[in-house]
Write a protein that binds this ligand. Structure first.
Ligand code: NDP
Length: 608
């Protein structure tokens, strides 16, 4: 292994010393260019974004009028479709650049792909479809199949336009219709449009000098080249790698899942690491189908709320999901209770300082466990030291895996730790780290995705009076509930920002939003008015409320850089608004939205 991070001490127990170590590690990784360090998969890299799973044969342009166009056929779009069909609105048109439904699960077919949010809560509509997940955490293929199952059951593919990129949409204020154009020459006129294009939908490439000069094979994890590697996503060995020297850039949540399989099948594997991920226990178990027989109707909603409550520090009688996500928040909560007990009679009062201390102590405990786990699994002490994460657990996406660390015990697997600098240069035959050259046959880019926490269309959305959404949001996202935007009538956004922003279970945000949107559309169709729009005042009040709170990014600027903390840059108002969340937390948001929807008033919306 190459590493320049000196193994200092196995465990740091002094909180101040730990903080100092975190600061040193963060400073090594701060880059002045922030998120601009990454390259777009366009121009000379365009082939890295092509769809390997679909034939994009030419077709005749489609010219139709529908009640609702649904842009994005991932779980956001599917949730919208399901709730609309349930509300009796089945005149729909799904549009997606992918060749089918599934969103991230359509694209990400890399070996080992799984969701480490429990299937009982991550997979939407389990009761509606009757699907019984095979395990607590299920593979990507099962998730993709589930997306297809939902689409089939609700007829969502009947008029869908796949392998079709929306190129623009304009509000026709005379006809009260959105006019959508696509790269296939289509014109879709829709009374309502839902936009659920997901926060992680476009691959980004590492900004490494000379990347384009590499003459070996190169692909992004979200476009896995099974023709090159052999094998399949169900676990068959990638036999064509048996004589290959493979390199992988990145050690985030994706890489953590595919490295064990790459390590198993490659002649040699070189893992180029900039920042190690935190790897907690996953402890996956198969689920007995009979387990579902005893669940009472409405169970999935109860599980969803139980998880959201516990994961965000609330109280519940039992922990139904019981995993690493709920563990950290329950530790904090239990510590707060214990500290409150200790305070009794001391004259000290309970306040934010105490909560912060409880959080810090719980996090220190958790991260020490995670670092100790590395020592207990990885045999080479130098490799183990380099695999330890020195930051708070929620600074980066926490990972959960039971084979990742073990992979570094294989002789054919080499960790190339770059001590926070990253790979600086690629040439025709391989990768340079410092003055060492690693010759490679294949380079896998596990460098992640453009992160649009605030929904960002890759096309122009022109609302009332010719105003574009891009201009309207030039100083940051503005919305009511993260869904309705003043000046953009009959347009509904399914996203995370300015709503619950429950990042540990993304699909829950979508199903809740879809329920509300379907109610609003139903109300409109039932005669409330052809056009529905957030009032300027309601939108302003909502945004002011979020702005006053000021939280949004999960990690703060003290964190090691990543998309959870705006790449380590102190966020300005615009960035804060783009990542804002309801101040009282996801469960309070869902409850508020339930009351808002069922009251029938739809306060803040204007129907005319
Ligand atoms: P990430 O953005 O999390 O990771 C990108 C990786 O590339 C990081 O390790 C980054 O290092 C590294 N990198 C970037 N540039 C360089 C460079 N020049 N040299 C070396 N390394 C470099 O992307 P992922 O695809 O891993 O994950 C994206 C998101 O997808 C996750 O956060 C998660 O939300 C989701 N996901 C969820 C899964 C699930 O189980 N539910 C599974 C997989 C993904 P650094 O950390 O230093 O920036």
């Amino acid at each position: 292994m190459q590493t320049s991070s000196a193994p200092e001490q196995k465990q740091i127990v002094d909180p101040e010393a730990l903080r100092e170590r975190y600061r040193i590690e963060r400073d090594k990784r701060l880059r002045p260019e922030g998120a601009d360090q990454y390259l777009e998969p366009s121009g000379r890299f365009a082939h890295l974004e092509a769809d390997p799973w679909a034939d994009t044969d030419p077709r005749e342009p489609v010219n139709v009028e529908v009640t609702t166009a649904i842009i994005g056929a991932g779980f956001a779009g599917l949730a919208a479709g399901v709730r609309l069909v349930e509300a009796g609105i089945d005149d729909l048109c799904l549009i997606d650049s992918a060749g089918g439904v599934g969103g991230v699960w359509y694209w990400n077919r890399y070996p080992g792909a799984m969701c480490d949010t429990a299937a009982m809560i991550y997979l939407p509509f389990l009761e509606e479809t009757g699907h019984r997940p095979s395990a607590k955490y299920v593979p990507g293929s099962e998730i993709h199949e589930h997306a297809q199952r939902i689409a089939d059951q609700y007829g969502l593919c009947d008029n869908a336009l796949f392998s079709t990129q929306v190129t623009g949409m304009t509000w026709d204020s005379t006809a009260h219709r959105w006019v959508i154009s696509t790269d296939r020459g289509d014109e879709i006129r829709a009374r309502f449009v839902t936009m659920g294009t997901g926060p992680l939908n476009r691959p980004k490439l590492p900004g490494i000098e000379g990347l384009e000069t590499f003459e070996g094979h190169c692909f992004h994890t979200s476009r896995w080249d099974w023709d090159y590697t052999g094998g399949d996503r169900h676990g068959s060995p990638m036999t064509a790698l048996a004589d290959k020297r493979v390199g992988i850039v990145g050690t985030g949540a994706t890489a953590v899942q595919c490295i064990p399989v790459l390590g198993r099948d490659s002649r040699e594997l070189f893992v180029f690491q900039r920042t190690p991920s935190s790897i907690d226990v996953r402890a996956n178990v198969d689920l007995d189908p009979e387990f579902f027989d005893d669940l009472e109707p409405g169970w999935q909603q109860r599980w969803l709320l139980n998880f959201a409550t516990l994961q965000t520090g609330g109280f519940a009688d039992e922990d139904l999901v019981m995993d690493g996500w709920t563990d950290i928040s329950q530790r904090i909560r239990d510590r707060v209770i214990q500290m409150m007990g200790d305070l009794q009679g001391s004259g000290e009062s309970f306040g934010p300082d105490l909560i912060l201390r409880a959080y810090e102590e719980s996090d220190d405990e958790k991260m020490n466990e995670i670092r100790a786990r590395v020592d207990s699994i990885v045999r080479d002490p130098e490799v183990a030291e380099a695999l330890k994460p020195w930051y708070r657990q929620l600074c980066k996406r926490p990972c959960f895996h039971d084979e990742y660390l073990q992979t570094y015990n294989l002789e054919s697997v080499h960790l190339v730790d770059t001590d926070g600098r990253g790979v600086e240069r690629v040439d025709a035959s391989g990768v340079w780290v410092g003055d060492e050259h690693f010759e490679l046959d294949c380079l896998v880019l596990a460098s992640g995705f453009e992160v649009d926490i605030a929904p960002k269309a890759r096309y122009e959305v022109v609302g009332r009076g010719g105003v574009t959404l891009q201009d309207y949001w030039s100083d940051g996202m503005r919305s009511l509930h993260g869904t309705y935007v003043h000046g953009f009538p009959n347009l509904f956004i399914l996203g995370l920002s300015q709503g619950a922003n429950l990042i540990s279970n993304v699909t829950h945000n979508y199903t809740e939003a879809a329920t509300r949107i379907a109610s609003v559309i139903r109300h409109s169709l039932d005669g409330a008015g052809e056009v529905v729009e957030a009032t300027e005042q309601a939108e302003r009040d909502w945004v002011d409320q979020l702005d006053a709170d000021g939280t949004g990014f999960i990690g703060n600027a003290d964190c090691t850089p990543g998309y959870y903390n705006n790449e380590g840059r102190e966020p300005g108002r615009k960035e804060r608004l783009n990542a804002a969340r309801f101040p009282e937390g996801p469960v309070a948001f869902f409850n508020l939205m339930h009351r808002w929807r069922t009251s029938g008033d739809f306060e803040g919306l204007e129907f005319c």
